[in-house]
Design a binder for this molecule. Structure first.
Ligand code: PEP
Length: 248
């Protein structure tokens, strides 16, 4: 049985004071439940997140794959581990589009995180142009094939995939629950080809793209959607709580 994993992604939002105030509100309203709740935060707010969160896992939104070195402005896995971060979002479409993230660096980051016993949330997803050309599944599966290159079955089981169609991110346009389900199923079928069905059946696949309290339930009811990665709505404490408590 896969547990639902619902993470917010605050992107470049959130001072330490804002994160503290948010978590104080959220902590009171989130109980340990069947849902694993999480929050992706900017590097500067991670320590506050770790210190203040009760039943919320804290994720970084990026990391460098190398141990250390001359990479001005970058953050290493060791630096995140030292403060207790366990999850890292990698390959978000905003990083792919604006900051040169590629399938190769996503794979390097995933491998380095797994070697360090951390959990990568591997983002994939197509542009509107790719969708309109009917190439969604081929495109996404190619991203997944490259992300999982040289990752063992045992390690693959520890990963999370976030399927996020780019045209649905921050646009208010959500994929229909059926469309999101179809792509998540195709990703799982592809994972079964890379590994085997038993492995594929255990890997968490989230959907992301304009998820809100009003549409989360229908998305979570889909058999191959195991959670969500949520941008905009996760910034509002009441909405975040409603997302995590969607089944109550
Ligand atoms: C995201 O940034 O991962 C995302 C899905 O954003 P939004 O929920 O705002 O579409």
């Amino acid at each position: 049985m896969r547990k639902k994993i619902i993470f917010g992604n605050w992107k470049m939002n959130g001072t330490n004071a804002e994160v503290k105030a948010f978590l104080e509100l959220v902590n009171k309203n989130i109980e340990k439940s069947d849902v694993i709740a999480g929050l992706g935060l900017p590097f500067t707010a991670l320590q506050t997140g770790i210190d203040c969160a009760k039943n919320v896992k804290i994720a970084a939104e990026n990391v460098h794959f190398d141990k250390n070195g001359a990479y001005t402005g970058e953050i290493s896995i060791q630096m995140l581990k030292e403060i207790g971060v366990e999850y890292v979002i990698i390959g978000h479409s905003e990083r792919r589009e604006m900051f040169n993230e590629t399938d190769v660096t996503v794979n390097l980051k995933a491998k380095a995180l797994l070697e360090n016993k951390m959990i990568p949330i591997i983002c994939c997803g197509e542009t509107l142009q790719t969708k309109e050309a009917g190439q969604t599944i081929a495109f996404v599966n190619n991203q997944i094939n490259k992300a999982y290159e040289n990752i063992s079955k045992v390690d693959a089981l520890k990963t999370i995939i976030a399927y996020e169609p780019i045209w649905a991110i921050g646009t208010g346009k959500t994929a229909t629950a059926q469309d999101a389900q179809d792509v998540c199923l195709a990703i799982r079928q592809n994972l079964a080809k890379i590994y085997d069905q038993t492995t594929a059946d255990q890997i968490t696949i989230q959907y992301g793209g304009s998820v809100k309290p009003g549409n989360i339930k229908e998305l979570m009811e889909q058999p191959d959607i195991d959670g969500a990665l949520v941008g905009g709505a996760s910034l509002i404490a009441d909405d975040y709580v409603a997302l995590i408590n969607y089944s109550k």
